[in-house]
Write a protein that binds this ligand. Structure first.
Ligand SMILES: [Zn+2]
Ligand SMILES: [Zn+2]
Length: 427
């Protein structure tokens, strides 16, 4: 394993440029060769535009939390899986669309009259088949409206309608731990007499289309944009008519107090998507009290990758069941040193208590994530949804302590290949 102790991303890039051989690392020319970024481990890196891997996961955004972290340019959580030319998005945090374009929008440049210029629009999303949302928090959703409109012009529904899969309406609010006495926003449902404070993926999408109706309509009528409402098919997990809960699963009673055992009960993985390239299964994870919050597993002919979504370390064995036999686990992480520095001595009743409670119950620290991955039995652990985004890589690498496999500290536009690289007959 290559040691990167003490090297933050910027330092690493400079070091690699000067002496790649010494570190056994090489530059990753991203997408169209417009930007350089670097993979953390040998074998994880290649030219995206001409990748060595038929199947690969590209991290688009590697931080999380509903805040802007100073000193970091990590985008919010998002990743794209490519199986051949087919593309699948998992979450769309703020900045994800810019990373998607950086990585894949090669454009169509020509020289006319001595000037290099782009011709035509770039349809680099023509093979985008589906978008999956682990849960409905802004650090996983922020670029969804942008993707819906700008992505349509980049071709996402050109070949087939885009499938959007995410959680349904939770049915009740979190407990009010902070003593909040302000406005509780209610989203209107299709029956105007009905409202909900916790709209699911379908109602959220409907309201995005309504909120941005002026620009969607203008672009359709003035510039020939696609018919966006007819370009997407939203399927909610938990909707009996779309993606029903698996048999035996009991929906929490909104009228009764919830515990993590109720919002993340032990259950079996269940299928939420299948096509000729990819099968996606889901399971509940413990983002208490944010329910439902899912981890997804992607199975392809080249291998499998699990995306944890946001979760505490104890999923009642669910994540381990989902990840059994998987090649790669992409897992969220919070820097344990940062938690201790920020919240030392905080106790129930203090103003900082609600956030501290959320941080330590609904997320997984560097002290725990290695053990979680070890129990999953995966070969490779990729840290993403890194909080704070400015945490030094050396501290994040402490996650290795309880994990015997390969640890990768994720960076935006890092590629993780699955299966054998092309052109090799043997691994
Ligand atoms: Zn998050
Ligand atoms: Zn979250």
């Amino acid at each position: 394993m290559v040691s990167r102790k003490g090297l933050g991303p910027k330092m690493l890039r400079r070091t690699v440029l000067k002496g790649a051989g010494a570190l056994a690392l090489a530059p990753l020319l991203v997408g169209c060769g417009l930007k350089q970024a670097f993979a953390a481990q040998p074998g994880d890196k290649s030219l995206l535009g001409t990748s060595k891997y038929n199947t690969r996961l590209v991290l688009l955004g590697t931080t999380g939390g509903m805040t802007w972290w100073p000193g970091s340019n990590r985008a919010s959580n998002s990743q794209v899986l490519l199986v051949g030319e087919a593309m699948y998005l998992f979450d769309l945090g703020a900045g994800a669309c810019a990373r998607l374009a950086e990585g894949f929008n090669c454009g169509h440049f020509v020289v006319r009259d001595g000037q290099r210029t782009q011709l035509e629009l770039s349809m680099f999303l023509a093979d985008m088949r589906a978008v999956f949302f682990t849960h409905l928090h802004m650090d996983h959703l922020g670029d969804y409206p942008t993707f819906l409109e700008i992505g349509a012009r980049a071709g996402y529904a050109q070949k087939q309608p885009l499938t959007v899969i995410g959680p349904g309406d939770r049915g009740r609010l979190d407990d009010n731990r902070s003593g909040y006495a302000g406005t509780v926003i209610q989203a209107r449902q299709s029956d105007p007499a009905l409202t909900t404070p916790t709209p699911g993926t379908r109602l959220m999408t409907d309201h995005i289309l309504q909120a941005f109706a002026q620009t969607f309509n203008d672009c359709a009528q003035d510039e020939g944009y696609p018919d966006i409402p007819k370009s997407i098919v939203v399927k909610e997990i938990g909707d009996p008519a779309a993606l029903p809960w698996p048999p035996g699963f009991v929906i929490p009673d909104p009228a009764k107090p919830w515990t993590a055992d109720i919002t993340c009960p032990a259950m079996e993985p269940f299928e939420v998507y299948r096509d000729d390239r990819l099968r996606v299964t889901a399971i509940l994870v413990d983002h208490f009290e944010v329910y439902p919050a899912f981890a997804f597993r992607c199975d392809t002919a080249d291998g499998s990758v699990v995306i944890s979504g946001d979760t505490g370390p104890d999923t009642r064995g669910n994540l381990q069941k989902l990840a059994k036999g998987a090649d790669v686990l992409v897992h969220e992480v919070i820097d344990d040193f940062w938690i201790k520095a920020c919240y030392q001595g905080v106790k129930e009743g203090d103003p900082a208590w609600p956030l501290y409670h959320h941080v330590v119950t609904a997320h997984t620290s560097t002290a725990d994530v290695g053990r979680v991955a070890q129990l999953c039995g995966v070969k490779k652990l990729v840290l993403s949804h890194i909080a704070p985004a400015n945490a030094p890589v050396a501290r994040l690498r402490l996650a290795q302590r309880n994990f015997s496999g390969t640890l990768v500290v994720g960076e935006d536009l890092m590629e993780i290949g699955l299966g054998k690289p092309r052109g090799r007959s043997k691994a």
